[in-house]
Design a protein around this ligand. Structure first.
Ligand code: SAM
Length: 223
C-alpha cells in the first residue's frame, strides 16, 4: 500500500493534470452513442474489457481514462448506461458531489452498482465480539477495536463509514431510486451489465455477514 504522504503528494502534483485530462476527455473523446459502460477505480487488476475504466492509477494498474474522481466525471450529461465501482467511494471526500456527478452522467433509466467496506456488518461483528471476522490488513492488530479500526479506516485511506441508511440517504438526495442492497453479494438486478465474469472479480466470500456493502439503483427514466 502506498504511504499516505506519498499518496498526498501524488494527488497534489497530479490532481490538476488529471482534472485537465478529464475535461479534455469529456469534451473530445467521451462516447455519447451506443451502450456506454463506465467502471470507476479498476485498480491494479480489475480492468474490465468493454467498459471505460477510469482511475488515478495508471502506473501499476491499467485504465482508459486517467482522471481524479474527486472532480467532475469525464462524461457528458446523460450519456452513460451503467456505472460500476467496487471499493472506491470510501476513498472520496465528497460523496454527495460524487453521486450528483454519477446522476448527471447517467442516461435517464441508467443504472449503477457500487460497493465498499460494509459498515453495517462491521458494527454487527464488533458488537458480537467476532474478532476473526476482521482481518490484519493493513496493520497487524490483536484487539477487537484495533481490528475494527483497521477495517473502517484502513490506515486513514478510507474517509467515511459506509452503512446502507447513510448511502440510501445520499443516493436518494442525488435523485436515485429503487435502491437495493445486494445480498447475497453475487446477486444482481442488472445482469445485462453485471455478468458472471465481473461478479467473479468481486472478492466477497462471507455471505451471512458480507464484508462488502453492494448497492444497486437507477436514475428515473423521466429524469
Ligand atoms: C481499493 S482500490 C479498489 C480496486 C478495485 N476496484 C477492487 O475492487 O479491487 C481503490 C481504487 O480507486 C482508485 N481511486 C481512489 N481514489 C481515487 C480518485 N480520487 N481518483 C481516481 N481513482 C481513485 C485507486 O487508484 C484504486 O485503483
Amino acid at each position: 500500500m502506498m504511504k499516505r504522504d506519498h499518496k498526498q503528494m501524488f494527488y497534489s502534483l497530479c490532481g490538476p493534470l488529471m482534472r485537465l485530462n478529464g475535461v479534455f476527455y469529456r469534451a473530445f473523446r467521451a462516447p455519447s452513442e451506443g451502450t456506454v459502460k463506465v467502471h470507476l477505480g479498476p485498480g491494479q487488476s480489475n480492468y474490465l474489457d468493454g467498459w471505460v475504466n477510469v482511475d488515478a492509477n495508471m502506473f501499476t494498474g491499467k485504465c482508459d481514462v486517467w482522471a481524479d474522481l474527486r472532480y467532475p466525471l469525464p462524461f457528458r450529461d446523460g450519456t452513460v448506461d451503467v456505472i460500476y465501482s467496487h471499493h472506491v467511494i470510501e476513498h472520496l471526500p465528497d460523496l454527495p458531489g460524487h453521486f450528483a456527478e454519477m446522476f448527471r452522467a447517467l442516461k435517464p433509466g441508467g443504472v449503477f452498482r457500487i460497493g465498499g467496506p460494509n459498515g453495517d456488518s462491521a458494527i454487527r461483528k464488533f458488537v458480537e465480539g467476532d474478532s476473526a471476522w476482521f482481518s490484519d490488513f493493513p496493520d497487524k492488530r490483536k484487539s477487537l477495536g484495533g481490528r475494527f479500526e483497521n477495517f473502517i479506516f484502513c490506515r486513514q485511506e478510507h474517509l467515511t463509514i459506509l452503512t446502507f441508511s447513510f448511502l440510501e440517504e445520499l443516493l436518494s438526495e442525488a435523485g436515485f431510486v429503487d435502491l437495493v442492497v445486494r445480498q447475497p453479494c453475487k446477486d444482481t438486478g442488472i445482469p445485462q451489465f453485471i455478468d458472471q465474469a465481473l461478479l467473479s472479480k468481486e472478492w466477497e466470500s462471507t455471505e451471512d455477514c458480507p464484508h462488502t456493502l453492494l448497492i444497486e439503483g437507477r436514475k428515473p427514466a423521466a429524469a
